[in-house]
Design a protein around this ligand. Structure first.
Ligand code: CP3
Length: 354
């Protein structure tokens, strides 16, 4: 059989694609690029196929997931696809009463406030998400040598939705629980860590070529609190995936002061937002890690000349770094013109061709 961790990269395989090579810090023919939230509401063809279908229901239909994941690749020459799903899909799969309300985001009927609530979070079994394996296999067949990125929500970000009961600006209740009830906090984080590992494993085993942990809201904690209350859990996520040998990406927003710790958690690639220059981010992430980022998504609304100048500045900052994957500093905004993303993709490829 095949041993996890022992890969024999072939030409024209996702494992030797520019994206995977850049994640590993290997030489690349050009800087690879993809966009967080490249699928979804910025595309009219997405809105058409989603008509009359609830977000979380759409995620359980492999044909629809395959179609929506491929939509951006028909428009942009991006170097990777990202599975169309959501960070709350595995929570719903283990019985959490979560729904995604249009224009709002994830809403949880009965928020988690006590140990008895944590006990409701059972581990995720592959049989809970059969549609994920099916969708990933179908996509891997369609994508050929183009890599598919799988993903999961980071434990802090999932905890925030569960504790607040919905989207929140400052995550105050979540942090209060973290500061005030460490035992309950670690129990909750430990279960969310198991769920993230189960969800990522299902995607890797079905053929995903890389994975990204979206701990989007973790930038609201201090380095000391990250080290004590979150790092043990994110470290466990990345170490349990090490044997698979696929690149692991760790992303959060507003994490300038946490980049060293995000690096310590063990991913191969650290995602960076626009608040910090990429060269400084790479220095902070340490250990020769590849960085991914970091164009402000709002720049895409400012006109092409601004987009081009800002993209070139990022590529300048990235010169001489161990590895760079071009991306936005956060997801594509719904009002973004897809033609700008198409043009930006070509620009990054042309400017960096070597
Ligand atoms: O191209 C892709 O990235 C598509 C896959 C994807 C979705 N959600 C689909 C989605 C991914 C990677 C996510 C991750 C996700 N979901 C994150 C982490 C990334 C980030 O933005 O920080 C978070 C925090 C969520 C939770 C979530 N889901 C929110 C806050 C919302 C509503 C607001 C929003 O930005 O859309 C969702 C809904 C959601 N997830 C939609 C899509 C396409 C829109 C739902 C719709 O079309 O009705």
């Amino acid at each position: 059989g095949k041993l996890p961790g022992v890969t024999h990269p072939q030409p024209n395989q996702p494992q030797s694609s520019p994206f995977v090579r850049a994640c590993r810090g290997e030489p690349v023919p050009y800087t690879p690029i993809w966009f967080m939230r490249q699928a979804g509401r910025s595309l009219p063809e997405y809105k058409r196929v989603r008509e009359g279908i609830a977000m979380l229901d759409s995620c359980t239909r492999p044909e629809l997931v395959t179609e929506i994941t491929l939509q951006p690749l028909r428009r942009y020459d991006v170097d990777a696809a990202i599975l169309y799903s959501d960070i709350v899909v595995p929570l719903r799969a283990v019985g959490v009463d979560v729904d995604i309300k249009p224009g709002i985001g994830p809403v949880v009927e009965r928020p988690i406030r006590a140990m008895s609530d944590v006990a409701r979070l059972r581990p995720l079994e592959p049989a809970d998400v059969p549609f994920i394996g099916e969708a990933v296999k179908s996509l891997v067949g369609e994508l050929g040598d183009k890599p598919l990125i799988g993903f999961a929500g980071g434990p802090f970000t999932l905890a925030s939705y569960l504790v607040e009961g919905g989207p929140s600006k400052n995550h105050d209740r979540t942090k209060a629980l973290m500061y005030g009830e460490p035992e309950l906090w670690h129990a909750l984080m430990s279960r969310l860590t198991d769920i993230a590992i189960g969800f990522l494993q299902a995607q890797i085993e079905a053929g995903a070529s890389a994975v990204q942990l979206f701990d989007s809201w973790v930038g609201v904690v201090s380095p000391e609190d990250y080290r004590q209350s979150i790092l043990p859990h994110t470290r466990r996520i990345f170490s349990s995936l090490a044997a698979f040998g696929v690149p692991r990406i760790h992303f959060g927003v507003g994490t300038g002061e946490l980049l060293g710790l995000l690096g310590e958690a063990g991913a191969d690639v650290v995602g960076v937002d626009w608040r910090i220059p990429l060269d400084e981010a790479a220095r902070r992430a340490g250990g020769g890690k590849t960085v991914q980022g970091n164009l402000d998504p709002s720049v895409l609304l400012a006109g092409w000349d601004v987009v081009e100048a800002r993209a070139r500045a990022i590529l300048d900052h990235a010169k001489g770094l161990p590895g760079h994957v071009f991306n936005l500093g956060h997801g594509v905004l719904p009002e973004t013109d897809p033609d700008v993303l198409a043009r930006l993709t070509d620009l990054v490829h042309e400017v960096t061709a070597r």
